[in-house]
Design a protein around this ligand. Structure first.
Ligand SMILES: *Cc1c(COP(=O)(O)O)cnc(C)c1O
Length: 356
């Protein structure tokens, strides 16, 4: 049976990126060895990482003055690495969910942290508005897409202090005005590639301003100087990331991705809004186009398990909501075809006909 992969991360990747990785694992560039078996210092691998950096810069239109790094440790290591490099006295954070809170927790190890606003009062179902950032903050941190709650900030706002964004789950889903940010980072395993590699876009003039000593491995300058190869990088993961970026470019770039992602999200949100049984959990003006969260209305709550079974029998994978929200979550990342969203919508409609 055909599977419709709505996993939240790791998640669906472009088929071509997987096929090309499979080939490189068997015989890389026709050299008679696997990409798993060669030195990261070889010219064959150097070409891979160079192309990955160039493609990332190209598809996201990253201006001069920024560096692109591919590191290990996930977005979670960046939660600690970024305050290590940028927090002297005070930082500002917008608390929009579990990931934002985890980022904030690490920053507290390095100085004063101001929570400019939180949507914790309503289980993170909305993006707070109308907050102000203290003028003396070293930086302001936001999580642009809240993967667990299905809320998203889809605009590049002006900020009075350097702006840093965790874009783990919505990078490459729209054109971003990189110049508005001091740093953007994320785990690749949603829109950008497989698990095991972390992307960092950092503005050069942010570096070298903190007073404290930074351990070598946690200093962005180390990785910039060594071209992301201070230590052995996750080679095959970077290869798959490069192939994913190639696919994004060939499909028509991030503008095209946005068009497709918006169409998929509209299809599913319309079905939810027109349904007798289902209801969305995020407030409408805060809705994510990457992670679509919904539950059954109160009077149908006891049918959630039955729907899960029904959906499974139709090939739906990964639609169980995160335990802190419950219900369902469909992640509609770049590589998910609209046909899969249509299949889910059909599934919801058919179940409703039988059960509502
Ligand atoms: C998945 C995710 C993370 C965690 O990434 P790791 O690479 O597992 O550390 C952080 N932030 C957001 C927004 C995420 O979606």
């Amino acid at each position: 049976m055909k599977k419709h992969n709505f996993n939240a991360g790791p998640c669906i990747l472009p088929r071509i990126a997987i096929e090309n990785t499979a080939k490189a694992v068997l015989d890389f560039n026709g050299i008679g060895m696997s990409i798993l078996e060669i030195s990261h210092r070889s010219k064959d691998f150097q070409a891979v990482i160079d192309e990955a950096v160039a493609l990332f810069k190209e598809v996201l239109a990253i201006p001069e003055g920024y560096q692109v790094l591919f590191l290990g440790g996930g977005a979670s290591l960046q939660f600690c690495m970024l305050p290590y490099n940028f927090l002297n006295k005070k930082a500002a954070y917008l608390e929009t969910g579990v990931w934002a809170k985890k980022a904030l927790k690490e920053a507290k190890l390095f100085g004063e942290v101001v929570t400019v606003a939180s949507s914790g009062d309503k289980n993170y179902t909305y993006i707070p508005k109308g907050w102000t950032v203290p003028e003396d903050a070293d930086y302001m941190h936001v999580t642009t897409n809240n993967t667990i709650y299905g809320t998203e900030i889809r605009e590049d706002f002006d900020c009075n202090v350097p702006l840093i964004a965790d874009m783990s789950s919505d990078i490459l889903s729209r054109p971003v005005d990189i110049s508005k940010y001091a740093m953007i980072y994320g785990g690749a395993q949603k829109n950008a590639g497989p698990a095991g590699v972390t992307f960092v876009i950092v503005k050069e003039d942010m570096l070298g301003k903190v007073e404290k000593a930074i351990p070598t491995m946690l200093d962005y300058r180390t990785h910039i100087k060594e071209g992301s190869m201070f230590n052995t990088p996750p080679c095959v993961n970077i290869y798959t990331l490069k192939e994913t970026l190639k696919w994004v470019k060939e499909m028509g770039g991030v503008k095209k991705m946005e068009e497709l992602d918006l169409a998929k999200a509209k299809l599913l949100y319309d079905a939810i809004d027109n349904s007798k049984m289902f209801v969305g959990t995020a407030e409408k003006d805060s809705r994510s186009i990457m992670n679509i969260c919904f539950v059954m209305k109160e009077q149908y709550k006891d049918k959630e398990d039955a729907f899960m079974e029904f959906a499974k029998s139709r090939g739906m994978v990964g639609i169980k909501g995160h335990r802190s929200v419950g219900g369902f979550r469909a992640s509609t990342y770049n590589a998910l075809p609209i046909e899969s969203v249509q299949a889910l919508v059909d599934c919801m409609n058919d179940f409703e006909k039988e059960n509502a």
